[in-house]
Design a protein around this ligand. Sequence first.
Ligand code: HXC
Length: 521
Amino acid sequence: MKNSLTPGLKKKFDDLRKKNEDAAKGGGDSKIKQQHDKGKLTARERLELLLDPDSFEEQGRLVTHRGKDFDIEREVYPGDGVVTGYGTIGGRLVYVYAQDFTVFGGSLSETHAEKIVKLLDLAMKNGAPVIGLNDSGGARIQEGVVSLGGYADIFYRNTRASGVIPQLSLVMGPCAGGAVYSPAITDFIFMVERTSYMFVTGPQVVKTVTHEEVTSEELGGASTHSTKSGVAHFSAPNEAESIQQVKKLLSFIPQNCESLPPKVGYKPGDESRANLNTIVPENPNQPYDMREVVSELADQGDFFEVHRAYAENLIVGFCRIGGRSIGVVGNQPTSLAGVLDIHASIKGARFVRFCDSFNIPLLVLVDVPGFLPGTDQEWNGIITHGAKLLYAFSEATVPRITVITRKAYGGAYDVMNSKHIGADLNFAWPTAEIAVMGAKGAAEIIFRREITESSKPEEKLQEKITSYTEMFSNPYRAAERGFIDEVIIPDSTRSKLIKGFTMLENKVDKLPRKKHGNIPL
Ligand code: HXC
C-alpha cells in the first residue's frame, strides 16, 4: 500500500505531466508546421541537436507573460517563447536558451527576458559558456517599454559576462532592431544561410529613408554578414551544420577565463614537415596559401577557421599543436598580397582579444608587405583600426609565438606580434625579408639621385636593388639584434612550436594595475 498513489495525488501528478506536455508544444501543432515549412527547426528540436542526449534540464517551463493590453492576456503559452536551461556538450556544462518562434514569433516579453537574465546570472556564478539560439520578431509589441527594458537587462549582463565566460550566439531566424545587440556583444555569431537575417532597420524602413530597394537576405542574410560586414563569424547551409560548428568551436575553448582550454591526447612522433620547405615560392611576388602552412603545423592538419570569407587577407582560427588549443593569426598572400587593411585589422584584433581573454596561446604567421595605401583606407581610419591590432597584441599576456615566413615590412612588422610588443618566441625562415620596405621602393628613394644621374638608370636601379636585397631583405639583421630568436629551416617549425608552447605553458604576465585600457575603438 505504501507505494500506491491516492487518487488525489495521482491527479496532482497527472496535472503536472499535462502542464509539461502543453509547454513542450510551444505555440501548437499548426505553428510548428509553419516553422518546419520555412525549413526551420523548433527551439526544442534545436536543443536536442545541440546537447548530449538526456542532458537538458529546463528551467521556467511554466513561466507566462504578464501582458494586459490588446487582449494578449487571453493568449498565454507556458514558457513564453523561450526555452532555457542547462545541459552538456561532450560532457561539458553549458547554459542554453532557444527562442521559440511558434509563440508570438519568439518575441521578447518582460518574462521572456527574465528567463534569459536568470540563465546568464547562473552561468556567471558557475563559470560555464552560454549559447543563445535566436529566432525572434524582436520586442513583444504588445508590451512596449517593459520589453525594451528586458533587452537592456540582457545587454548589460552580456557585457558584464564578456571575457568571463564564452558567449556564443546562433541566429536561426529573424533578429532585428535592437535585438541584434545581444549577439553583437557576445563572442561569436553563427548564421544559417537563407533562413536567418540580422539588421538594425529592415528593408521597409531602408526604402523609406534611403529609397534603396533591398531584400532581407541582401540586407542582413548570412552571406552578407559573413562576407561584407563581418558581423557573422560562421555561416552554414543548414541548422544542423551550424550546430556542429558550435560544438567544434567549443572543443577549442575553456569553460571560463580562469580555466584552460581542453587538451587532447598527443603522442610525440616525427614532427618534421618537409612540405614546409617548398611552400614559399622563390619569387617574392608569387602568392601561396598560408592555410597550407597552418595545415602542416596543426595536429591532423585540422584548422578551424573563423571569419573565413571576411577580410581574406588575414586568416584567423583555431588548431591544436601538440594537443594544445592554439589561436592562429596569419597574413594571407593569396588575397591582396596579405596586406593589412581596416577590415583585417579589426578581424585580427577581435580574435586576439578573444584568445587572450580565454587563455588560448597565439601563433602568428607573418608575410605582410605593409598597410594598404590609399584615400579609402586613410579616410576610413586605417590609423585607428590598424592600432587596434597593435594594441590587442601588445596587451595579450598569453604565450605568443611568431614565425616570419617571408615579408615583414614597415609598421606591419611591428604590429604582427614582433618581439618588441611582447612576443615570447620569434622565428624566421631563411626566406624572410625583414625591412622598412621592399627593395625596389627602398632603392628608388634612397638612391634616387645616383639613379637619375647615371647614364644607365635602369642598370643602376637593378644594381641598387641587388645590394639592398643582399643587405636588408633577409632575416639576419633582425637575428643579429635578437629581434628574431632563431632562423630555422621550415621543416622544423612544428617541432619548434611544440617545444616552444610547452616551455611557455606556465607563463605569468600581468598588465599594470588599471581600471581598463582604452583600446582605440
Ligand atoms: C508580438 C509578434 C512579433 C512581435 C511577430 N509576432 N513579431 N508578436 N511582437 N514583435 C507574431 C505575429 O503577430 C504572428 O502571430 C507570429 O508572431 C508570426 O509572425 P509572422 O509575421 O506571421 O511571421 P513571418 O511572416 O515569418 O514574419 C516574421 C517577422 C514579422 C519578419 C519577424 O513577424 C515582423 O516583422 N514582426 C515584427 C518585427 C518588429 O517590428 N519587431 C519590433 C522591432 S523593434 P500570429 O498570431 O498572427 O501567428 C525591437 C526593438 C528592440 O525589437 C530594442 C532593443 C533595444
